[in-house]
Design a protein around this ligand. Sequence first.
Ligand code: PLP
Length: 626
Amino acid sequence: AKVYNLDNWGADLFSINKKGNVCVHPSSNSKNAIDLRALVDDLIKRKIKPPILLRFMDVLQGRIASINRVFRNAIAENDYPAKYQTFYPIKVNQQRQVVEAIASYGKRYNIGLEVGSKPELVAGIAISTGNGLPIICNGYKDAEYIETVLFATRVGYNITIVVEKLFELEKIIELAKKTGIRPTLGIRVKLSSKGTGKWATSGGEDAKFGLRMSEIMAAIKMLQEADLLDCVNLLHSHIGSQVTKIDKIKTALIEAARIYSEMRKLGVNIQYLDIGGGLGVDYDGSKSSYFSSVNYTVEEYANDVIYQIKNICDEAGVDCPNIISESGRATVAHYSVMITNVLNTNTQNLMPDYEQILEEMEKPAPTVKKLLDIYKSIDRYSLREDYHDTLQLINEAVSLFNLGYLTLQDRAIAEWLYSKIIKKINSIVEKIKPIPEELQNFQLALRQTYFANFSLFQSIPDSWAIDQLFPIMPLQRLGQKPDVMASIADITCDSDGEITSFVGENGRSKFLPMHKLRKDEDYYIGFFLIGAYQEILGDLHNLFGDTNAVHITFNKKTGYMIDTVINGDATWETLKYVQYKGPEILKHVRDNLEKQVAIKKVSIEESSHFIELLDRTLLGYTYLGE
Ligand code: PLP
C-alpha cells in the first residue's frame, strides 16, 4: 500500500486484503469489503470484457452522506441559524443512472441539481419530474432556454435561473413580461478573489461569468423598474474547480458574504448563498497545494464556509442565508474505478541467447568488447565513471552503425549489454543511500512500458490534457515486492497515450511499481478516483468508445450485487459518430467482392469468411479481446 500511497488518497475506502488484492469498502472504514480482483474474475466469467468501469453506488451514497454530515456538524458547532444544501452539478457526470442514484439517495438531504446548458436542463427536468427536486440553471442562456425555465416554473418545477450576464437579464425581463410568469432568480457575481490550481481563471476580475459590482447595481435597478426585484432569491459565486488552498476559499467566502450582506441591506430579499464548486479531492494523497491535491479536508471546508459566512452576516446585522454548494468533484470522484488487463508483451523467450552468441564470437567489435568489460567489472566504486562510459559507448555504437562500421548484430549486442549494465547499476545503487542525484535519473532507462487495454483519451482524459494525477495500482500480488518499474501505455496509436507520472510513496513518481508478468496469468490494474469529469470529457480517439460499465452494490450475504451492466460502445456505434453505417459498409464490401468472385480471383468461402469477420468486428467491443 505504501508504494502507491493508498492510505493517503484512499479516504479509507480502499485497502489491501490478506491475499494481496485491492478491496473497496462501502463507506470509510467499513468492515465490509469487495475484493476487486475476485470481482473482476467474476465479471470475466459473465463475459463482461475489460476495460470495465466499476461504479460503486454505496461509495457514491457515502460521499453524499459525509458531505452533508460535516455541514450538519459545522452548523451545529457554529449555531448557524439556517440550512445547507448540495446542488449536484450534472456536468461532472451526467450519466442518467448516476444522476438518478444521486437524486434518489440525496432526497433525504434535499439535494438539488445544477445545470449549465440546454441539454443539461432537459436532463435535469427529466430527473426532477415527479419528485420535486430543485434545479439551479447556470451557463449562457438564449430565449429558448429562458422561456423553458419560465414555463417550468409555471407548471410547478422548483427552478432558479441564475443571471450570468446583463444581456441575459434583459431577455429574462422581456420574457417574464410577455408571459406574465414571475421567475425565481439568482445573480452570479464576479468575485475579485481567485481560486488556485488549474481552474483559477473561473474566478477573478477576468472570469468568463458573473456580474461586476457596477453591473449588480444596474441589475437591481432593472429589476426594480420591471417590478421583479422580489424574484431574486439567490446569490451565486464560483471561483473554480479543485481549489487547492483553503485560504483562497476563505477569501472568496468573505467577499461573497459581504456582497450578500450589502445586497440584503439594499432590500434584495436573498435567501440562498450559493458558493459554487471548488471543494477539491486529494488525488495523490500529498495533502499539499499541488493541483492534484488539496491542503484541507471536507470538514475544514465546511467549518470555514459556515464560520466565515456567519461572521460576516453577524457583523453586518443581516440574517444568515441558507447555504448551497455545488460540490460535484467531491461527490463523485471516489465512486468509480476503471479496471483493465495489462497485455502480456513479455517476449524474453523469443530473444536470441546473446550470452552464448558473445561467447562464440571470435573477436567482438571494440565497442562491444568495452561494454562487455564494463559489465563484468562494474562495482560501487567504479559506478559513476562506468555509467558515463556506458552512455558514451552506446552513443558510439549508434554512430558507428550509421557509418557502416558496425553490423546489425553488433549493435543488437551493444543494446543488450547496455540494458544489462543499467540493471546491474540499479542493483548496486539500491544499496547506496542516499542515491546520488545524477544516478537517480538513469533509473528511467530501466523503466519498462506496460501496455494496458484502454484509451487514456477515453477513460482518463485529464491525465493527458492537464497532467492530472490519478492513483493507479495493480489489483493483485500486493503482498509481493514489485520488481518492475513501469510506465503505462494505452492502446491508441498516439505517443501521448502513455502515463509517465504516478502517485507514489513520496508524492509524485516517474515509475509505477509493478510485478513481472507471468505466463498464462492475467494481471489487472485499476485507475482510481475517476468518477468526476472523466467520463464525459473522454473522447473517441482512434474510435475507442465508451467502456463497459457495471453498477455494484454491497450485499451482506453475497458480498456484492450487480445492479446493472451497461454495454460499452460496439465498433458500429463509434463508427456511426463519424458517419459510417455498419450495414452500408457490409453491402459495399460484399458488392465489390462479388465482382472478384465472378472473375474467380476470390473464392466464395474466402469472401463470406471476410464478410463474417467484418460483421463480427462491427458488432464487437472496440477494445482488445484475447
Ligand atoms: N458550479 C459551477 C458553476 C461550475 O462551473 C463548476 C465546475 O467548474 C461546478 C459547480 C463544480 O465544481 P466542482 O466539481 O469543483 O465541485
